[in-house]
Structures are given as structure tokens and as C-alpha cells.
Design a binder for this molecule. Structure first.
Ligand code: HEM
Length: 158
């Protein structure tokens, strides 16, 4: 079988598993954990698994493999770069809102924040992702507009 066909087979399998994962986490939280709200109750916490899995696992994963999809090869890279940046921005926004849900919930319940290995690794992962996204945007700006190079160099040298 041709490598491209094998790639698409596995890509679609992974994509399907990602979508199934989001659907299952949504069902788990809506049917068995009481649903969703934004009021400091445990229903607010339920947004956390949904948004973290959707943002940092599924949307991020698809954004990361975008350039590996044969459809994107040998074409004008700019639209794909913009789509890559947009998917990464969406992943970042979803994960930040997911973190707000759990921090808000802890604060409302007077529970201390960042008391577990999960929370430390999680906050480090999100912070590193935010830094990497900022660098992605900087590189994209530089490749699109040479004037941005001067601006970024000026800011960095300050
Ligand atoms: C990429 C995925 C995830 C990241 C980056 C992440 C990050 C975090 C962070 C930073 C906290 C600390 C919040 C605070 O101290 O106020 C936290 C808490 C928590 N998260 Fe996640 N999370 C992720 C996925 C999940 C998932 C999928 C679940 C459940 C299925 C989950 C369950 C919890 C629970 C129960 C807490 C509260 C207890 C604790 O702080 O360990 N998380 N998460």
C-alpha cells in the first residue's frame, strides 16, 4: 500500500479517536457528573476536563500534525501557517478557560490551588505552550513582514 494511503488511514483513525474522546468526556460530565455551569460549584469544575482535553489534546494535536498532511505539501504555505496559528490559538484559549474553571472552582470552595503533581505539571505545560505560541506568532510575523523583524529586534534588545 502507498505510504500516503497508510498516512491518511492512521490520520483519520487518530482524528476519529480524538473526536470520540471529546464526545465521551462531554457525555461523562453532562450525564454522570451533573452537567455544566459557571457559578463556582462542582458543575463549573466539569468544564476543566472537557476544555483541557479538547484544547491541549485534540485541537493542539491536529494543529501540530498539520504540516505532515500530504495535502499541504508543495503549495503556498501561508494559508496553512495561518490555519496552524489559529488552531494553536484556539487550543491556548480553550486551555486557559479550562484552567480558569478549576481555579475559580477552588477559590469559591476555599480549596488551595496547585497542591498536586497533576496541577504543577499542568500549569508548567500550559505556560510552556503559551511561550511556544508567542514564539510561533513572532516567527510568523517575521516571515510575513520584514518590518516586524525590526520591531521584534528592537523590543528584544530593550
Ligand atoms: C492537558 C490537560 C490538563 C491540564 C494542563 C490540567 C491542569 C490542571 C491544573 C493546573 C490544575 C490546578 C488548578 C488549581 O490548583 O486550582 C488542575 C486541577 C485538577 N484537574 Fe486538571 N488538567 C488537565 C486535564 C485534566 C483532566 C482530563 C481531568 C479529569 C479527568 C483533570 C482533573 C483535575 C482535578 C480533579 C483537579 C483538582 C485537583 C488537583 O489540583 O489536582 N484535569 N488541572
Amino acid at each position: 500500500m502507498r505510504p500516503t494511503v497508510i498516512f491518511y488511514g492512521f490520520y483519520l483513525l487518530c482524528f476519529g479517536l480524538g473526536v470520540a474522546c471529546v464526545v465521551c468526556v462531554c457525555l461523562w460530565n453532562s450525564k454522570w457528573r451533573g452537567g455544566f455551569a459557571w457559578d463556582g460549584s462542582s458543575l463549573q469544575f466539569n468544564w476543566h476536563p472537557v476544555l483541557m482535553v479538547t484544547g491541549l489534546v485534540v485541537v493542539y494535536g491536529n494543529g501540530a500534525v498539520l504540516y505532515r498532511i500530504p495535502l499541504t505539501w508543495g503549495q503556498n504555505k501561508l494559508p496553512w501557517k495561518l490555519l496552524h496559528a489559529a488552531l494553536m490559538l484556539l487550543a491556548l484559549v480553550l486551555s486557559i478557560v479550562g484552567l480558569c474553571a478549576v481555579f475559580d472552582f477552588h477559590n469559591a470552595q476555599k480549596t488551595p490551588n496547585l497542591y498536586s503533581i497533576h496541577s504543577w505539571i499542568g500549569i508548567a505545560a500550559t505556560a510552556l505552550f503559551a511561550i511556544s505560541w508567542t514564539m510561533l506568532i513572532t516567527t510568523l510575523m517575521i516571515s510575513m513582514c520584514p518590518l516586524a523583524t525590526i520591531l521584534v529586534t528592537a523590543i528584544v534588545s530593550c
